[in-house]
Write a protein that binds this ligand. Sequence first.
Ligand SMILES: NC(=O)c1ccc[n+]([C@@H]2O[C@H](COP(=O)([O-])OP(=O)(O)OC[C@H]3O[C@@H](n4cnc5c(N)ncnc54)[C@H](OP(=O)(O)O)[C@@H]3O)[C@@H](O)[C@H]2O)c1
Length: 307
Amino acid sequence: MLENKKEQEKAWVITGPTSGIGYRTALELASHGTVVLVGRDQAKLAEVKREIETGGGKAHTVVADMSDIVSVRRAADEIANLGLTLGGVLNNAGIMPTTPAKSKQGWDSAFATNHLGPLAFAEALVPVLPDGANVVFIASAVEDPERKIAVQAGFRGSRFISAEAAARGEYSPGGSTHAGADAYATSKQGALATVFSLAREIPRLHFRAVEPGVNPGSNLARDMAAPIRVLSKALAPLMVLMPYYSTPKRAAKVIATVLTDPSTATGVYYDENGKPMQASKQVSDPAYADRYLKESRELLATVPEGK
Ligand SMILES: NC(=O)c1ccc[n+]([C@@H]2O[C@H](COP(=O)([O-])OP(=O)(O)OC[C@H]3O[C@@H](n4cnc5c(N)ncnc54)[C@H](OP(=O)(O)O)[C@@H]3O)[C@@H](O)[C@H]2O)c1
């Protein structure tokens, strides 16, 4: 089952392995070594672990609420103490809520779950990652106001003013009329800002982002009204000809390839076919990406370490 002996010694950390794209990616990663499953629901994690072990693979489970910085840091400590040789970390967990809510730290829940938590997780694991390890973030092209299909779906790109504003749930004017769209697009841009900025800052590791394509087969739209959810699942098979269409199974293959790729590629953003793609003009500007990261770190610094 394992691809080669060298990989067998490596462990791959994945957040959000209990549904959709992450679930399929976790199964895919089992053929590359030990999988560290990080999620908020122990019972669901145990189910995925059992499935991996039944297939002859190895897995550990670690409970973490990615929206809660204290929980995220505790999970990173737990992973460090497992004593595994980490090949890479995949920040996959994400939400697209349609009703604003606050995280444990009082921040917008989408911004906390999709950006601040994954950033804190990556930063807490950096010291235990060996040289050449990969840190991958699942981004979303809806951050780009020029992405046609996203605009047609009602997105207006990232509406980032500052990290503090995003944490308060405030966005620049001209945003979407769809509930939650600005919060989602703004928070997902954080993944790209993080990848581009950290790739410059930490050359011994490789930071990569993946746009997994449009996956109506996942549960990301779980907060939408039931009729929309049911319709989108029902229409999923008819969407095959739609640009950027993908399935969690197909996305998983691309993501696992990017995560386990031993090349030195860093600061690269991959599309649903695993080909390098362009991010928005905004986040492609190093000064902007660095500011996004710096302000996010300032917010994280308000949560005392070791608590
Ligand atoms: N679907 C798409 O078309 C699409 C497009 C572009 C990007 N993406 C991105 O792809 C990633 C995976 O999404 P998906 O489409 O596979 O959605 P999904 O089926 O809803 O899966 C989301 C995963 O994230 C976990 N999660 C959510 N909040 C969490 C929290 N606070 N703490 C820990 N885990 C949490 C969920 O855990 P539970 O099982 O416990 O709920 C689940 O395992 C996300 O980052 C999303 O933004 C998706």
